[in-house]
Design a protein around this ligand. Sequence first.
Ligand code: UDP
Length: 246
Amino acid sequence: MDKVNILGVRVDKYTIEEAADKIIGYMQNGERRKCVYTPNSEIIMMAYKDKSFCDVLNRADILSADGIGVVYASKILRNPIKSRAAGFDIACASLEKMAKLNMSVYLFGAKPGVAAAAGEKIEKVYPGVKIAGIADGYFDEEKEKKIIEDINEKKPDMLFVCLGAPKQELWINKHKDELEFSVCMGIGGSLDVFAGTAKRAPMFFQKLGIEWLYRLIKTPSRIGRMMVLPVFGFTVLFKGKKYAQE
Ligand code: UDP
């Protein structure tokens, strides 16, 4: 089986490379409006409690496992995902391939100034990638209209939407049919990581699957958000089987 149903969310079992290859394939085949979301345990719990959000996620073309909790859940459900395929990592692997093909990316989200800094970094690290446009993630209706017009003028191969979950998935779902792009990804705080305003956990934490612990140490106020993790574990244990068989 190439997917695992975790509490109603049908997660793909792609590795980072497989997801990036699929994304580049969409672009090379001239496909349009393909959506990539990368749910973690917190997002799956949101979807478990909100059927309409769950439907939004399941409408994605690629739904990869961003978070070790999702990988563990797949193992509990005896339909294991090999490894975590975090949104940021898929984005990097895609940019590497896009660089060789001179493809373009539009950066939308994060605080003013962050997308521009992320763009400079991306141009440096992935020479060949064109920055089609940038827009920060704080907008009213009027500004949103202009952002949509700008995206449609630039027609990027890739559109990164970085508004945090579930805002980015809901925004993409609402607007994608009026937008011109090949592939879009909802990738949370990734622009902050590209820009250097936020840091990824050191490899040691990533390898052990405890990136969440690093983020908790760095930002103790995340404790509230993290309390959802044990709840997710118990919900998968006690309710997961029913969904996994669907
Ligand atoms: N953000 C935004 N607009 C909003 C709310 C959030 O652009 O209205 C940005 C925020 O500046 C940050 C990202 O969305 O860059 C969310 O990052 P977070 O680490 O919370 O997301 P996660 O990766 O955990 O989903």
